[in-house]
Design a protein around this ligand. Structure first.
Ligand code: HEC
Length: 151
């Protein structure tokens, strides 16, 4: 009897612990990787290139710690990664979306963060655990901006 109560308590505790994790995982939209990209918008609608440009330049997104590009107003830009200039001529929206969601799919050794992933990551800062770095809307805005970089 006592042991079955203990068992019930363990089950209830396990459920209580599992629930918040399940609802946090639900913060990620489902997406389908097809070939080397994610053809469909994560939000179901196109992003806004102007907001995307602001996000890329925002130090919080960290893009320009590694990348440079056509941002004459920004003095400090990284040189650890290819320039974003012309990214829209080299890559399709689908390829750019997957690269932002999970750059390690292209290159398992990459230093570029997986911006829309919460599982299987190491060294995730406490504030970011269980949350993607960028939201689905932010990913779409950045994709819209990068696609517009044609030369
Ligand atoms: C810590 C460094 C780092 C950060 C931060 C980073 N990247 Fe990257 N990125 C790279 C590296 C290195 C590559 C080259 C390919 C590879 O190693 O995956 C790359 C590749 C790319 C490419 C393909 C470039 C090409 O034409 O070959 C794009 C587009 C890109 N990153 C966009 C972004 C955007 C947008 C952000 C911010 C949301 C970002 N990256 C943040 C390091 C970074």
């Amino acid at each position: 009897m006592a042991s079955s109560i203990a068992h019930m308590i363990r089950v209830l505790l396990a459920i209580a612990v599992a629930l918040p994790v399940a609802s946090r995982a639900g913060e990620l939209q489902d997406y389908a990787v097809i070939g080397d990209g994610i053809p469909a918008s994560l939000t179901g609608s196109p992003g806004d290139a102007t907001r995307g440009r602001a996000l890329v330049l925002d130090r919080a997104s960290t893009c320009i710690l590694c990348h440079n590009g056509p941002f004459p107003e920004t003095r400090f830009q990284g040189d650890l990664a290819p320039s974003l200039t012309g990214a829209g001529s080299r890559w399709t929206a689908s390829q750019l979306r997957l690269r932002l969601v999970d750059a390690s799919r292209f290159n398992p050794e990459t230093i570029m963060p997986s911006y829309y992933r919460i599982d299987g990551l190491q060294r995730v800062a406490k504030n970011w655990q269980g949350k993607p770095i960028l939201s689905a809307e932010q990913i779409e805005d950045i994709v819209a901006y990068l696609v517009s970089l044609r030369d």
